[in-house]
Design a protein around this ligand. Sequence first.
Ligand SMILES: Cc1cc2nc3c(=O)[nH]c(=O)nc-3n(C[C@H](O)[C@H](O)[C@H](O)COP(=O)(O)O)c2cc1C
Length: 210
Amino acid sequence: MENYNEKLNWRYATKKFNPEKSLSQEDVNYLQKSIQLSASSYGLQPYEVFVVTDKETKEKLKEAAWGQSQLTDASHVFIFAGLKKLNEDYIDSYLENISKIREVQVQDLSGLKDMLTSNILGKPEDQQKIWAQKQTYIALGNLLSAAAHLKVDTCPMEGFDAEKFDEILGISGTNLTTAVIATAGYRSDEDQLQHAKKVRKQEEELFHLI
Ligand SMILES: Cc1cc2nc3c(=O)[nH]c(=O)nc-3n(C[C@H](O)[C@H](O)[C@H](O)COP(=O)(O)O)c2cc1C
């Protein structure tokens, strides 16, 4: 049984997926859970995730991703869409969720509400969008690691036209916009990159031990 870091070493950004192999629903559920359990700033999860298997939609997404074949050959496409801005209603519904799940009174969360209002709604709108998009990358990282745990291959991708993705997903003009995506499936035997050695900074370059 490989340990966690051995699994991360097995993982690589898959360029060529086997179009004949699909993920089981059980594995998809597991991957979705890893996204749902991801940490986010203040727990606000300022994003939604589209999980695409529809062939026609995948074809359109591929065109909007410079023709990268992962979009059509991989079994599933996970699209992380961040909020463009937050508002008081969003914060209130988060507080109601805490109140329901932890069985506390919403009134007792007024300190948290003040903090969220000032720290998040106090940011300029363009900063709110950047902040929300950063949170999607934490979920992306968890998805990649959870997939490696299941021996499911993935490719994280930023090489796409976000405006076109928004159009295809029907979210143009809404408060959501595509931030980052990952395809998931099984590597093709023909993908030579699976045999390439990992290229990473040496530990001395990467870490400062203070
Ligand atoms: C945020 C992000 C965006 C990426 N975008 C693409 C992409 O559009 N197309 C692609 O083939 N690989 C993409 N990659 C994969 C990287 O090139 C790859 O992770 C990197 O070269 C390290 O190799 P490894 O993941 O195989 O170890 C992306 C990776 C990340 C983390």
